[in-house]
Write a new protein. Structure first.
Lengths: 566, 129, 430, 255
């Protein structure tokens, strides 16, 4: 029996209602327990900030397009390289690090669970292969349904049960976790070089609208009783004036779930633009936040942009092409038959660019203007807004008005005219940061019941101990210390075992992959539906029997089973 | 040099690729395709053996006519015979000049050699287990 | 026993609809396969046990001895090269990369003499591509440039392009236009709607001209560009612009000819330019069935798709410097492990000579040209026949190959893992 | 201070040495200088006979002289910012990578990537330079950005690829695609070359010999006189590369 006792920890555990108190944490066999025996190994936390392991509910770290981001960018690979050392493998890359690079960096920051934001079902095997090479985090995969022909046909036929059946079959087949819609309808239109420009545009050939896809999938999701809600990347990402689309989308969301949101809107920053061109782009964060505040059924993540170079990558193929025409740098695109698309381009967010400054401000504003931190999660849509290694800096900006003011002096001078940020006094506290970086994620993803995001007995012993003493420092003034502290834990503990210490990775690690399987009545099982099978064999280029991801790809799979309400 | 050697895949080369020590592979990999007019010029008949020489080395091949080539170009499927002629200079791209090696071609009575012979010429020891 | 939906481990098409009949430890028939597939499945030219060269003769050795000796050779080397990888499954490739980092070795895959230049071009300008089903279901114009699928990828046209009916094209052969561009009139050119014959080495100029035409600069174009008439260039450009969905597939005619990756870059930039008007994608015709997998695996572990040098602990990449042909030509490496490929046959003579000079170990099921150059060969199971594992199709779609029977050979994974463990034992964690 | 490094005989002489530590500023600081032979780390005196003469108080007073089998030594002068390196014979790849100031003299030939991503200073190669002289790194958008490279002999293919500042002067011939992707700076080719300036977007290239296989996507913009080695030469002026919305200038000697 492996036992570990953490003493004198300054614990914030929002899901357990602990808002900051000195406590001991007892661990046995990877789980939190009431107490340990006399022989437990002891870590003295010395009053340091101790939180459940960080959870990133939207990040791009594994799979086809992420790896293509590496493949096409030797210049990014050489920008961050470490040698093989001890238990650590070689790492390369700055904005799109290698799998081990991602894993070690997340681990050093106290993150123990990461959701890959977009997995094309046809290429799911690839995502799972990379998951196993990301050893320090438990992984989950959002599964793309935005351009899924079978879904759109069900939507057209107003057959929500059929849509649910497609989702159930696909998630189980590809070992996915949740429904992801990226620019719903737009990725199919992009198959012929087109896009949709509002939620009421008709998707060519299929005769459905993004709004109908979103509505149907929300209901299908709840019929299947999946742990997470629909995870939506709204239409019109990055387009000036797109906040209208975002508002319209949020307005439609019914309140269907008691314990979590009904719709998760990811990287909200990219969807909160006013103006009509890049010249008059402005922040509409106040409108978005007001809407979110009024709709507890919605949760968002920030999609914060930070200055510097990065790589953008998304299933939103048409958006990336637009971005390519602006930047004229490299452009990769990868459409996936019957399912979705994707695009990748490198970008540089500059303080000299008004547009970039406005984007930077919007992310922070959304976090500061959303009243309930459980509704707004901290993210950069890694690596789209910035690599996730910028999280500590974002935390410091949210906790310190002084830091924001100091930053404002470095921005393009007109920025203040286009954004409300510098009129906002709010400074987030330790508790709110704890919510926004783990507890809210666990709740939003629906994984608290498998012991994620909290430290109550029975929970997974995923713990981050930061070299920060909340009782001694003033984050508003000492923001640099906050930044440094969140950048490198004293200890990151994964399933009861110390995996990194003071920035040094100390074990090879072995993670789990969390997936969902909804049980549906046999008559809705598509694997024996002649119509579905026929179309599959006709239009896909792989045989249906070669499509599902075999169990061997999930050496430590954790399946969350649900019963569909059908 | 009077011809440009182009190399590429053929379906027969692919078929025998895992049986490189068989006569069938040897036959395919040592076949040199040449424009018929070039053959006439040099008094080469279909099936004749020729000595093909580049700056890197020389190897005996068997000529077949090809209407699909331009004059001055010859084609040999990729493999050890063609590679006996191709240089290892890559222009710092990693890729040798597989598509444009200048060669001289002269008729010969010498026999075709086997893959094992070629590898022995490179310093290897033939395995015939 | 008949096994359905078998995945073919020959070319990058990775056809997965074969029906293979197995009797005991032998394949007796193959349905749906092309000639190449049939030869692969029915082929019976296995090396039966590990062999070692002792002076001028060969002797059989045990697997244990062979593995021990391989580890010793690699540990003894100051600049070992681990080459090949495209003919095995991803799990084995992964062990290979980790072995490389442990040893401080150079590791390279067969892209180096295949689509390496395509990767270099993609690293300059990106890659607007798609999965093959997009082409099958949508493409009304298909271009094959410097590639001859009929010989190299025999079912490409019937599964994905010319003859493949799709969702938006119910009679592909009639509705789809096929253009072939090559320096020679290949078999594939014979069935094209339009054949563009280019002078050798002229691809770059022709692609540049097409880019200019697509941008509306027709007046600039001389009457002939590398042997192609202005009229034909205009006609081709109009076809490209008139497509609803176009797909370019290119081969070694671009990557191996003069200009190398700059040819590919020009083709990619033409594709990007065309996307301002209509939908176009471009894809390399990858050769080995799992060469793309080796690029993927190398990339997620090391950051680079091929030609990775771990000599300094970190991963360093620079084709031309860290590529196998260059390293062998310069006589740099002092030991070589060849896995699932045949550099003896497919590298220039000077490279084969260096392989013969240094201790070369080959892990491969068959006797091939490299066998004669090696000091040691360890036979393994053939992935897709008596071993299984992950492969990536030419368009990046990962498919799990099947194991049709359990034979007497260990898999690449088994052998490599033992070598890795042995090396790790010697090196420790440090 | 003068540091003389003469190579020692090695058991495996073809294994390249990586010696980015051989730069004047390092010898001034008397760092424990390490080089690499394949995957093995070596002290400087395992590879070289080292002689040091005289004092120096700043890096610009340091001169390093390399002699012997130096053609396999890579990365000499990388990140050099002052002083002088003289190579008596040939030098390996990547000599003068990222160099920002100072001077490198090569009496023999230079291997590939001479002055890769150079920022400033002077490299003078009295023999030939191999491929990618004055070029950049894979995937980067800029090659050499400043300084001067002068090659008295010939240069290989892809010379000055992605050149974006400074001057590359090749007195002899160049191979294929010199100035390809060029976006700034000046490339001067005294002799012949093949397909100059493909896809260029900016900068100036002058070819005083014969430019073979000139690409069809350059617009003729008249003629001008230019001076080369004290001679006035009548040049055709081209703008391009039109395939790439380019605004570069290519001068080619009139026949």
């Amino acid at each position: 029996m492996a036992e570990l006792l953490i003493r004198n920890a300054f614990v914030i555990d929002p899901l357990s209602g602990i808002r900051g108190e000195i406590k001991d944490i007892a661990i046995r066999d990877g789980k939190i327990v009431e107490d340990t025996g006399a022989n437990a190994e002891v870590i003295d936390a010395q009053g340091c900030l101790t939180l459940p392991g960080g959870i990133d509910s939207h990040s791009h770290v594994c799979g086809t397009k992420v790896n293509f981001g590496r493949y096409m960018s030797p210049e990014d690979m050489r920008a961050g390289r470490t040698s093989r050392k001890g238990v650590m493998h070689v790492t390369s890359g700055y904005s799109v690090p290698t799998t081990f690079g991602n894993s070690y960096r997340y681990s050093t920051m106290g993150y123990t669970t990461v959701l890959e934001g977009a997995m094309a079902p046809l290429e799911a095997r690839h995502t799972h292969e990379e998951f196993t090479a990301t050893p320090h985090q438990d992984m989950l995969a959002n599964t793309l349904f935005d351009g899924n022909w079978s879904v759109m046909e069900a939507v057209r036929d107003k057959d929500v049960k059929r849509a649910a059946a497609v989702v159930a079959w696909t998630l189980a087949a590809v070992k996915g976790f949740a429904i992801k819609l990226t620019n719903p309808g737009g990725t199919e239109a992009w198959g012929f070089g087109k896009d949709v420009h509002s939620i009421h545009d008709t998707v060519p050939h299929f005769g459905v609208t993004p709004a109908e896809i979103i509505d149907t999938m929300i209901r299908a999701n709840e019929i299947l009783n999946l742990p997470h809600s629909v995870h939506l990347h709204c239409n019109n990402l990055g387009v000036p004036g797109n906040y209208q689309t975002t508002l319209e989308t949020i307005e439609r969301v019914p309140d269907l779930h008691a314990r979590r949101q009904t719709l998760y809107l990811t990287h909200a920053q990219f969807h909160s633009y006013g103006g009509s061109t890049w010249k008059d782009i402005s922040s509409k964060s106040e409108d978005i936040a007001r809407m979110v505040n009024a709709r507890p059924q919605v949760a968002i993540d920030m999609g914060q942009v930070m200055f510097g170079r990065t790589t953008t990558m998304t299933a939103d193929g048409p958006m990336e092409f637009k971005l390519y025409m602006l930047h004229q740098n490299k452009w990769s695109n990868h459409d996936v038959e019957l399912e979705t698309g994707s695009g990748i381009i490198p970008v540089f967010y500059s303080r000299k660019s008004l547009v970039n400054c406005v984007m930077w401000a919007i992310g922070l504003e959304l976090a500061l203007l959303t009243r309930d931190p459980w509704q707004c999660m901290l993210s950069t849509d890694n690596p789209n807004g910035a690599p996730f290694i910028k999280y500590p800096e974002i935390i410091a900006l949210l906790m310190s008005r002084r830091f924001r003011d100091r930053e404002s002096e470095l921005l393009e001078p007109r920025t203040g005219h286009y954004v409300p940020l510098f009129a906002i006094d709010r400074e987030l506290d330790w508790y709110e940061i704890a919510v926004m970086t783990r507890a809210a994620q666990a709740k939003a993803l629906g994984i608290t019941s498998i012991g994620k995001g909290h430290l109550s007995p029975g929970a997974e012993a995923d713990i981050a101990i930061y070299p920060l003493k909340p009782q001694e420092i003033d984050p508003s003034a000492e923001y640099k210390q906050v930044m440094a502290g969140f950048g490198k834990t004293r200890y990151t503990i994964k399933r009861g075992r110390v995996v990194s210490r003071d920035g040094e990775v100390v074990v090879e690690g072995a993670n789990s992959t969390i997936w969902t399987k909804a049980r549906i009545p046999p008559e809705l099982d598509l694997s024996s539906d002649p119509e579905f099978v026929k179309k599959f064999e006709q239009y896909y280029t792989v045989r249906m029997s070669n499509y599902p991801v075999q169990d061997v790809y999930l050496p430590r799979g954790v399946c969350i089973g649900t019963e569909a309400s059908l | 040099m009077s011809f440009i050697l182009n190399t590429g895949r053929t379906i027969r080369q692919g078929s025998y690729v895992e049986r490189k020590n068989t006569p069938a592979y040897r036959e395919e990999a040592s076949t040199l395709y040449m424009h018929e007019v070039d053959m006439l010029d040099r008094e080469i008949e279909s099936g004749d053996h020729v000595r093909v020489e580049s700056t890197q080395g020389a190897v005996v091949m068997r000529v077949l006519p090809a209407a699909w080539l331009s004059r001055g170009e010859v084609f040999v499927c990729l493999g050890p015979y063609a590679n006996h002629l191709v240089g290892a200079e890559t222009h710092c791209t990693g890729m040798p000049d597989f598509k444009d090696t200048p060669v001289n071609i002269t008729p010969t009575d010498a026999p075709l050699v086997s893959v094992a012979d070629l590898m022995e010429q490179c310093g290897g020891v033939r395995y015939e287990g | 026993m008949k096994v359905e939906d078998v995945v073919c481990p020959f070319c990058g098409c990775l056809c997965d609809d074969l029906v293979v009949e197995v009797e005991g430890t032998r394949v007796v028939s193959v349905e749906n396969g092309c000639t190449l597939a049939n030869e692969k499945f029915l082929g019976d030219n296995r090396l039966t046990s590990p062999i070692r060269r002792a002076g001028g003769a060969w002797q059989q050795v045990s697997y244990e001895e062979a593995i021990e000796e391989t580890a010793a050779i690699l540990l003894d080397a100051d600049r070992p090269l681990l080459y090949g990888w495209s003919g095995t499954h991803g799990e084995a490739q992964s062990i290979g990369v980790h072995l490389g980092e442990l040893l401080g070795a150079l590791i390279d895959n067969t892209s180096t003499v295949c689509h390496g230049p395509s990767i270099m071009a993609i690293q300059e300008v990106g890659h607007p591509g798609c999965t093959l089903g997009q082409v099958k279901n949508r493409a009304d114009v298909v271009v094959y440039w410097g590639t001859n699928p009929i010989d190299a990828h025999p079912r490409h046209m019937s599964r994905y392009t010319t003859f493949a009916d799709g969702f938006f094209l119910t009679d592909a052969f009639l509705e789809r236009k096929v253009i072939v561009v090559d320096v020679r009139k290949s078999e594939s050119a014979n069935i094209a709607d339009e054949f563009v014959k280019i002078e050798p080495g002229g691809d770059y100029a022709v692609l540049a001209a097409l880019r200019a035409i697509v941008r509306g600069k027709r007046s600039l174009i001389p009457s002939f560009v590398s042997g192609v008439s202005r009229e034909q260039l205009f006609r081709v450009a109009d076809t490209l612009l008139g497509a609803k969905f176009g797909a370019i597939f290119f081969g070694l005619g671009l990557t191996m000819s003069r200009g190398r990756y700059k040819n590919v870059r020009n083709a990619i930039e033409l594709t990007a330019e065309l996307n301002r008007h209509t939908k176009w994608t471009i894809s390399p015709m990858r050769g080995h069935w799992n060469v793309y997998g080796s690029n993927e695996v190398f990339t997620w572990i090391s950051g680079y798709p091929y030609a990775v040098d771990f000599a300094r602990g970190i991963a360093f990449y620079n084709p031309g410097e860290t590529t196998s042909v260059d390293v062998l030509r310069r006589g740099e490496c002092d030991a070589c492990l060849v896995v699932a490929s045949d550099p003896g046959a497919h590298f220039p003579r000077a490279c084969a000579e260096h392989l013969a000079r240094i201790p070369t170990v080959q892990i491969d099921p068959h006797v091939n040209a490299t066998t004669h150059l090696a000091r040691l060969q360890i036979p393994v199971a053939v992935t897709g026949i008596d071993a299984e594992g992950t492969a990536y199709r030419m368009d990046g779609v990962p498919i799990r190959t099947r194991k049709l029977f359990t034979g007497r050979y260990p898999s690449d994974t088994d052998v490599l893992m033992k070598i890795y463990d042995r090396v790790k034992e010697e090196k420790g964690h440090g | 201070m003068r540091v003389i490094l003469e190579t020692k005989p090695r058991k495996k002489p073809k294994i390249p040495i990586e010696a980015e530590a051989i730069i004047p500023q390092n010898f001034l600081l008397k760092n424990d200088i390490r080089v690499y032979e394949g995957n093995k780390e070596r002290t400087l005196d395992e590879i070289f006979y080292v002689t040091t003469e005289g004092p120096a108080v700043s890096a610009d007073q340091v001169e390093i002289v390399l002699s012997g089998e130096t053609g396999v030594i890579k990365r000499v002068g990388e990140y050099m910012n002052a002083g002088r390196i003289v190579i008596e014979g040939d030098i390996g790849m990547h000599c003068g990578n990222f160099m920002s100031a100072g001077e490198i003299i090569i009496r023999g030939n230079a291997d590939a990537w001479l002055g890769r991503e150079m920022r400033g200073g002077v490299i003078r190669c009295e023999g030939n330079a191999d491929h990618y002289c004055g070029a950049g790194y894979r995937g980067e958008k800029r090659g050499m950005r400043g300084g001067t490279i002068e090659v008295l002999g010939n240069a290989g293919d892809f010379t000055a690829e992605y050149l974006s500042g400074g001057e590359v002067r090749i007195m002899g011939d160049c191979g294929d695609l010199p100035g390809v992707e060029m976006r700034g700076g000046t490339l001067i080719i005294g002799g012949d070359c093949h397909r100059p300036c493909g896809n260029m977007t900016g900068g100036t290239c002058m070819v005083f010999g014969t430019a073979r296989a000139l690409l069809p996507t350059f617009v003729n913009a008249g003629s001008e006189e230019r001076e080369f080695c004290g001679q006035r030469v009548e040049m055709n002026v081209f703008r391009g590369d039109v395939a790439n919305r380019g605004k570069g200038t290519l001068f080619v000697r009139k026949k």
